[in-house]
Design a protein around this ligand. Sequence first.
Ligand SMILES: [Zn+2]
Length: 129
Amino acid sequence: MGGTPFHVWIQGGRRTDGEFTFDAERIVRDFSQFSQKQLDLFGEFPEQAYHFLTLILPVPYYHGVEHRNSTVLVLGPNDEGEGLYQDLLGVSSHELFHAWNIIRIRPTELLPYDFTKENYFSTCFVAEG
Ligand SMILES: [Zn+2]
C-alpha cells in the first residue's frame, strides 16, 4: 500500500471444530480498506513496513498495544465468530492510527516523558496510547 508492505500475522486462529477462525481473503480486503483510508488521511506512512501481530485465545480477551511499526493484539474466544472478527478490525484500525497519532503527533505537554506520575494538559487535550 503506497509502497509499504502491511503484514497480518495470526497465531491460534483455529476454532475448536478445526476450521480457521478468519477468512484470509476477507482480512486482506478489510485491512487494505482501513489502512488505505488512514494513508490517504496522513499522506504517507512513516515506517518501512507494518505488522499486525495477533494472538487468538480460546478464552474471552480483548487487548491491543501500539508500537512504531507494529501492533500486538490479543483477542478471544476463537469460537466467537463475527463478533471476534469485528473486534479484530476495530482494534487493528485503532492501533494502526497510533502510527501517527500519539506516537508521532502528540501534545507538547507530554514532553519530556515522565511516566512516574499523571500528566495533565493545559490545552484540554486527552491522549491515549
Ligand atoms: Zn489506543
